[in-house]
Write a protein that binds this ligand. Sequence first.
Ligand SMILES: Cc1ncc(COP(=O)(O)O)c(C=O)c1O
Length: 372
Amino acid sequence: MQDAYFLYHSIGIYPGKEADLARTMGAFAAVWGAANDAQWDWLLPRRAAFIDRWRAIINAPEGSVTTAENVTQAVHMILTALPPERLRGRRVLIAADCFPSNHFLLTRLQERLGFTLDTVPLRQGAAWVEDEDFLNRWGPDVALALLTWVSSTTSARIDLPALVAHGRRMGSVIGVDITQGAGLLPFDVMAPAVDFTVTTSLKWMCGTPGAGILHVAPSLIADCRPELRGWFSQPDPFNWALDRFDYAPDIRRFDNGTPGCVAAIASLPALDWHAAQDHGAILAHNRARTARLIEAARELRLDLVTPEPEARRGGSVMLRLPGPAAAVVARLRDEGISTDGRGRVLRASPGVVTTDDGVAALIAGLARHARA
Ligand SMILES: Cc1ncc(COP(=O)(O)O)c(C=O)c1O
């Protein structure tokens, strides 16, 4: 039942998603399967529309956003494009509650690119990294900091303006992973101005997998020489002269071979739907339902792992249960309630299709299955 769907931290849904996807993929099949030359004139403008939708969501200037398969790949694209001397012998700073995939990538990349990955730890018994601890560790030898706007394990939200202001004083490249907030909370790459932004479309934006994006501030693009380059990195992809490769002046230099397009096309209806919504209302809907869940956690004496103040959290409520979350998730699933778990932590993220009745069903389910 859609009413009790709480998985927006994982996959977002909106009314009509299945029908939109079926129609769009059907249209793609018709174009791609046709024995004519109409394919790229259909595909490329839709990829461009996908990019423009994302530009509007994060207020990114033209020529500063391109597609990536996922967040991890987008981080790889920017790290391997920066001037090597910018990273070599210096630190890259990240918090222990980052998305692990980015950490796996950076741990390996440091060997080749010659930086030291410095991971700001959690305090004893804490669920998220304190901004204060991150700031204390952020000195002028930090070449780059990758900030996680909203944590996937606690929904804790960092104080982005304060961190960015500090990072500017340190002269670091500042990147933000906005995956857990994008489409729900307002985000603006210009305020505070960040150097790069990575995210993907399948969570609060309700798109599909494979539809990641990379934003790079125009001032930084000029310094970047992407390692993974190809014909589409050029101002004119049809320049095939082997001795005259040239990087495009804008974000297109981060493209390489033939762009995949399919995930962007499949996600476009979701982005179109999102663009037509009242974004304040989407957020208010989430706020009312997460507040109710937090109140219920108190009533049920379940341990809240998400910060309580609205300004300090994203769109999820994470609860530490007395035992493994998987057992409770399974019982809730049997009752038509969709949540997920990590260890003892149950994650619940109400979005546009989640109703008050759904919230009441989850609370009743937790009362039955999750108490010690
Ligand atoms: C904060 C954050 N970053 C990144 C990702 C996804 O990374 P990727 O697209 O590389 O799988 C997630 C997914 O849950 C996330 O929560």
